[in-house]
Write a protein that binds this ligand. Structure first.
Ligand code: 5RP
Length: 240
């Protein structure tokens, strides 16, 4: 990892004791720097990405549109007048902008806190560059403090939970209003605690092979190439 000390025009927005919400706004705006005029932008999901979408709306007449990773982001993009393309209409995207629940010093991430991990990984895989936007609380030495989201086919969820137990993890079915949360793809989410993921590539490969796993929320193969980290000193750019 290296630090890119590029100055951006947001230094005037830095104030002491910025809230997490203000840091998200700062990195959401900083991500505009990576959007190529005339392009279609890959857009992730979550509260940090919502700040990016709001910023993107200020240049909506200078982009062709977006490919979205969730129903929620699609709705926000539409509401702000940004055209949304289906992923199948586009061959390759120059850049994908998304948040993370954790990111390590090599750009590996845990994602899926917003249950959008499968489409996020699909759009990331279609993109040349993954720009992660996050506040500094997300930067960790080793992935695994945040429960790892895993999208699963419901008929396999009990067996998959037992497979995680054999690795020392505890898998909990994610609920919404007392019932299993149903993803945009009609599946369920297991949140797995108790794992220390010291080899993210090996972990992602292993869990991907379990029947019934749709997507594991470790992004090692689709890791970030750049992270714009919101800190009290401004936006730090980490290049992986
Ligand atoms: C959604 C995600 C989000 O990127 C992740 O949960 C971070 O969200 P936020 O920006 O709200 O902290 O992976 O599935």
């Amino acid at each position: 990892m290296s630090f890119d000390c590029r100055k951006n025009n947001l230094t005037s927005s830095i104030k002491p004791n910025m809230t997490q919400d203000e840091l998200k706004t700062l990195v959401g705006q900083a991500a505009l720097h990576y959007v190529e005029p005339g392009s279609i932008v890959g857009v992730g999901t979550g509260s940090t990405v919502n700040k990016f979408i709001d910023a993107l709306a200020t240049m909506k007449d200078r982009i062709a549109g977006a490919v979205s990773s969730s129903v929620a982001s699609t709705e926000r993009l539409h509401a702000l007048g940004i055209k949304v393309f289906d992923a199948t209409e586009v061959d390759e995207l120059a850049v994908y902008i998304d948040g993370a629940d954790e990111i390590d010093h090599a750009g590996h991430m845990i994602k899926g806190g917003g249950a959008a991990l499968t489409r996020e990984k699909i759009v990331a895989a279609q993109s040349r560059q993954f720009v992660c936007i996050a506040d500094e609380s997300k930067l960790v030495q080793t992935l695994g403090n945040f429960a790892v989201p895993v999208e699963v086919i419901p008929m396999a969820e009990k067996r998959i939970a037992r497979q995680f137990a054999a690795l020392g993890g505890t898998a909990t079915l994610r609920l919404k209003e007392g019932a299993p949360l149903v993803t945009d793809n009609g599946q369920h989410i297991l949140d797995v605690t108790g794992l220390k993921i010291s080899d993210p590539l090996a972990f992602e490969s292993q869990v991907n092979q379990w029947p019934g796993v749709v997507t594991v929320g470790v992004f090692a193969f689709q890791k970030a190439s750049v992270c714009l980290l919101g800190t009290s000193g401004g936006v730090k750019t980490l290049v992986f």
